[in-house]
Design a protein around this ligand. Structure first.
Ligand code: DI6
Ligand code: FE
Length: 397
């Protein structure tokens, strides 16, 4: 198939949008076969069935590279508590927060978790997402962690979307291990990682490095196992305080360090050296009413690639709109609309291991979005509006 009459945002390099005003894209089986100006379409593609896009804007499809989209229940009650004065940390220490979602996730069946997750997945798909990263971490026991990861895999069988899983056993200390985080890491988290890996359920390993979760020594023990298993790493780092998570992620050559509000200029330098992507999550910043924004200028100065994601989770970011995340990143973090788009496409792909998508180039996966828009800046500019005209997944409309 040949897509014609398109204004193409190739994102071929990071300097600009890589716009082709009157462009065409030849779709192969699942890959982009050719892209360029309409005037230059090679003869071989001129006989392909043409699909006129009416001058619309085409971008790479969106990638949500950080979600906790599989979970039981919701936390509207906690939202209400916080609006009545309690802080996120107070709620967490009082056994609410993540632990209340753990309870709800443990008691849900696989079918219930899937049905619930699909309502949120469908919202992402409706805004042009074709790849979703999904973390475990609301089970905190072997049975439930595996259940969550199986549900995550199942999503890709029932929806036209790809899923990458991250094992987040080191997300919180479950109530039965209260005050014994090391025992939890050794007796539950690490054995569960082995079991999940043996079942082919793990694409990457993540952790929550924070005062209310695990310190760098505990995360290191999980990371050492992941390295032995040949699994790539990601880390929730410097979200609420700086306890060295970003440096740890850099030391291990992690794919990404996520949140990073409290990262310093030295941390940015370390990320640049290790080629680790900084994933910014404005939905959590907004929901928790944080005031310290991530050091965007420092990331820019050091050339750290910045990705952007919803962090869709029931506690700190009940967000299922990648477009709103882009808008928030611009308005609250002063990222540019180009950075926001790169963050939801090419850089998000890097945060998931540099897989071959996120730019419109020959050979890349033919995952595309067609928008009712004139210019790419419109995508981050509007608030609460969805200009998606069509989503193309694996070369199919
Ligand atoms: N950081 C977050 O923002 C989420 N997890 C994490 O490690 C919050 C998870 C939750 O509150 O349920
Ligand atoms: Fe998260």
């Amino acid at each position: 198939m040949l897509l014609t009459n398109a204004k193409i945002v190739t994102l071929q390099d990071n300097q600009d949008y890589g716009l082709i005003e009157d462009g065409a894209i030849a779709l192969g089986e699942e890959q982009i076969a050719w892209v360029g100006p309409a005037a230059d379409v090679p003869d071989t593609y001129l006989n392909a069935s043409a699909h006129d896009l009416g001058g619309r804007l085409v971008t790479p499809a969106l990638i949500d590279c950080h979600t906790h989209i599989v979970f039981g229940g919701n936390r509207a009650a906690e939202f209400e508590l916080r609006l009545n004065g309690a802080s996120y940390e107070e709620v967490a220490r009082a056994g609410g927060g993540i632990i209340s979602t753990v309870t709800a996730t443990r008691s849900a069946t696989e079918q219930e978790l899937l049905a619930d997750a699909l309502t949120r997945v469908d919202a992402l798909i409706a805004e042009g997402v074709t790849l979703i990263e999904v973390k475990s971490g609301y089970g905190l026991d072997q049975e439930t962690e595996l259940k969550m990861l199986r549900v995550a895999r199942h999503i890709a069988q029932v929806r036209p979307v790809d899923v990458r899983t991250s094992f987040l056993g080191a997300h919180a200390v479950p109530p039965e291990f209260k005050g014994r985080p090391d025992a939890y890491i050794d007796d539950v988290c690490i054995p569960t990682l082995h079991a999940a890996h043996a079942e082919g359920l793990v694409d990457a390993v993540d952790g929550f490095c924070e005062g209310i979760a695990f310190d760098t020594a505990q995360i290191s023990r999980v990371f050492d196992v992941a390295v032995r298993l040949g699994l790539p790493l990601k880390l929730h780092a410097e979200q609420l305080s700086n306890i060295g998570g970003t440096q740890l992620a850099a030391k291990y050559g992690a794919l990404s360090a996520d949140h990073v509000e409290y990262a310093t200029d030295t941390d940015a330098e370390a990320l640049a050296k290790s080629g680790t992507v900084a994933v910014v999550l404005p939905g959590a910043f907004y929901t928790l009413r944080e005031t310290q924004a991530p050091p965007i200028q420092s990331f820019r100065d050091h050339g750290v690639p910045m990705a952007l994601a919803t962090d869709c989770n029931p506690g700190s970011s009940p967000l299922t709109s990648p477009l709103l995340a882009m808008n928030m990143a611009c308005t609250m973090f002063r990222m540019t609309p180009l950075e926001a788009l790169l963050g939801m496409t090419a850089h998000a792909a890097m945060a998931l291991g540099g897989i071959d998508r996120g730019r419109i180039v020959a050979g890349a996966r033919a995952d595309l979005c067609v928008w009712n828009a004139q210019h790419p800046s419109e995508l981050a500019y509007r608030i609460g509006f969805n200009p998606l005209h069509q989503r193309i997944f694996k070369g199919s409309l």
